[in-house]
Design a protein around this ligand. Structure first.
Ligand code: ADP
Ligand code: GLC
Length: 483
């Protein structure tokens, strides 16, 4: 089979810059796709952290004026990643979080920053860089979503466009007065263009013009076609259901492997599960918790937002914390949730350990040290932390939504009888049902052989990128063959 060349456009890519799972996916997929004969180059904004990580840098294009300033397009490498970096200091030379200003709010010019990324994505797609003409452009989330819009209104031949929705809650919606600044013709502002309930919708435009739409789990692909989960885009998605599909995420097995993870206290494997105890102790020590070896140690690694349902966990926990359960939480986000968990830690000293902030190494230790990872999301396109948990033998306790429904096998009676269970699911996502799930977890945990067999199932589950990469490659080939 011939090779396929893909231009991937993403606003974050691990290990260069990360706020969540999008970076993990954009960072790991290229290597997985290479095995399938797909060569990926990723276009990413030149934030300071990205520029600093690049080597073999070469200027391949210079823009005298890109949305109000001069800019350069760099070809570069960072580790195994082949990159195009948009070095536009007036837009991206800002340290820290890629979307938020130091005051915690969106940068006021985010509409322009990510229009510029998409504008350049469209130009590169159409051959701006000599010697690089992709067969497919793969756009990730709203930050890249204007690319198919520019391609549509520029006219002429263009590569196939695949638009992936990682989270429909973030749509890139801006005032209609932005239109003249985008460099799009007036007719772009229409119901069959970027117009969205009287505003401009970046994701809406991308979904309108992409040739294929994917999201990151089959269940979420169905959910977003309903008013409950579609966040206003369900009608458009229903009308495009023939090109919409769900492809699960995988995990980067080089980064997330308990048998060679350098960021945990002691490496372990299915045959040496007993060693997990050392990680448990290290985690308890690190978070100032009691060195209790009997309680069910729950873990959380999460953005603290409404999506993640951690208010429900906060409501459900107190009855358990007195004796049976401990909690190790790593998270950052909404101030209210941050304070609520700080207060919980103060109320239950030794029982609750919190690290409010972002810490990649600690995320590994939580997975290696906790007994069960709680993910009570109200919606979850795919979720990666439950996949890491499976690999690390931390049984996921998850709400049965989106990718959580597709990746965890509930340890019900039948699953126990057939040795298939890998975790616990509950539905609907309420604190009452979560309480029930925690009770079930405690009952299973009390019977050590059962718990251990669930851990062994979980660790054996295939959560690699192998199958997802095959699906993306098949999708690309199908799209190329139909054009
Ligand atoms: P989302 O992208 O919605 O935040 P995912 O589960 O897909 O959810 O991905 C979250 C990623 O971010 C995982 O790699 C997880 O380990 C990481 N993560 C989330 N919060 C933190 C944190 N406070 N510190 C370190 N890593 C975090
Ligand atoms: C989003 C979703 C998460 C998904 C990630 C990567 O951030 O919230 O569920 O795993 O993207 O696709």
């Amino acid at each position: 089979m011939s090779e396929i060349r893909v231009l991937s456009v993403a606003s974050e890519v691990y290990p260069l810059i990360k706020t969540g799972g999008l970076a993990d996916v954009a960072g790991a997929l290229p290597a997985a796709l290479a095995v399938e004969g797909v060569l990926v180059r990723t276009l990413i904004p030149g934030y300071p952290a990205v520029i600093a990580a690049c080597n073999e840098t070469e200027v391949v294009y210079e823009f005298a004026d890109l949305f109000g300033g001069s800019a350069r397009l760099l070809a570069a490498r960072a580790g195994a990643l082949d990159l195009f970096v948009l070095d536009a200091p007036h837009l991206f030379d800002r340290p820290g979080n890629p979307y938020l200003a130091p005051n915690g709010r969106d940068w006021p010019d985010n509409a322009i920053r990510f229009a510029a990324l998409a504008r350049v994505g469209a130009l590169v797609a159409k051959g701006l860089v000599p010697g690089f003409s992709p067969d497919i452009v793969h756009l990730h989330d709203w930050q890249a979503a204007l690319t198919p819009v520019y391609l549509r209104y520029d006219g002429g031949p263009r590569p196939g466009c695949v638009m992936t929705i990682h989270n429909i809650a973030y749509q890139g919606q801006f005032g209609a007065d932005l239109l003249p600044r985008l460099g799009l013709p007036p007719e772009a502002y229409g119901v069959d263009g970027i117009e969205y309930y009287g505003t401009i919708g970046y994701l809406k435009g991308g979904l309108q013009f992409a040739d294929r739409i994917t999201t990151v789990s089959p269940t979420y692909a169905e959910e977003i076609c309903t008013p409950e989960f579609g966040m206003g885009l369900d009608g458009l998605l229903r009308s495009r259901a023939n090109v919409l599909s769900g492809i699960l995420n995988g995990i980067d097995e080089a980064m997330w492997d308990p048998s060679r993870d350098t960021q945990i206290a002691s490496t372990f494997s299915r045959s040496r599960l007993d060693i997990r105890l050392l990680n448990r102790l290290a985690l308890q020590r690190k978070l100032g918790m009691a060195m209790d070896s009997k309680s069910l140690l729950l873990g959380v690694v999460s953005r603290l937002t409404w999506q993640k349902g951690l208010d429900m966990l906060h409501a459900a926990l107190p009855t358990f914390l007195q004796r049976d359960v401990q909690l190790a939480l790593l998270g950052a986000g909404d101030q209210e949730l941050e304070s609520a968990y700080r207060e919980l830690a103060a109320r239950f000293p030794g029982r609750v350990g919190c690290y409010i902030g972002y810490d990649e190494s600690l995320a590994h230790l939580v997975q290696a040290g906790c007994d069960a990872l709680v993910v009570p999301s109200r919606f979850e396109p795919c979720g990666l932390t439950q996949l890491y948990a499976l690999r690390y033998g931390a049984l996921p306790i998850v709400a049965r939504v989106g990718g959580l429904a597709d990746t965890v096998i509930d340890a019900n009676e039948m699953a126990l009888a057939s040795h298939a269970g890998t975790g616990i699911q509950f539905s609907p996502p309420t604190s009452e049902r979560l309480t029930g799930a925690l009770r079930r977890a405690l009952a299973l945990f009390a019977h050590k052989p059962t718990w251990k067999s669930l851990q062994l199932n979980a660790m054996a589950a295939d959560v690699s990128w192998r199958r997802p990469a095959q699906r993306y490659a098949a999708l690309y080939r199908d799209l190329i063959s139909t054009r």
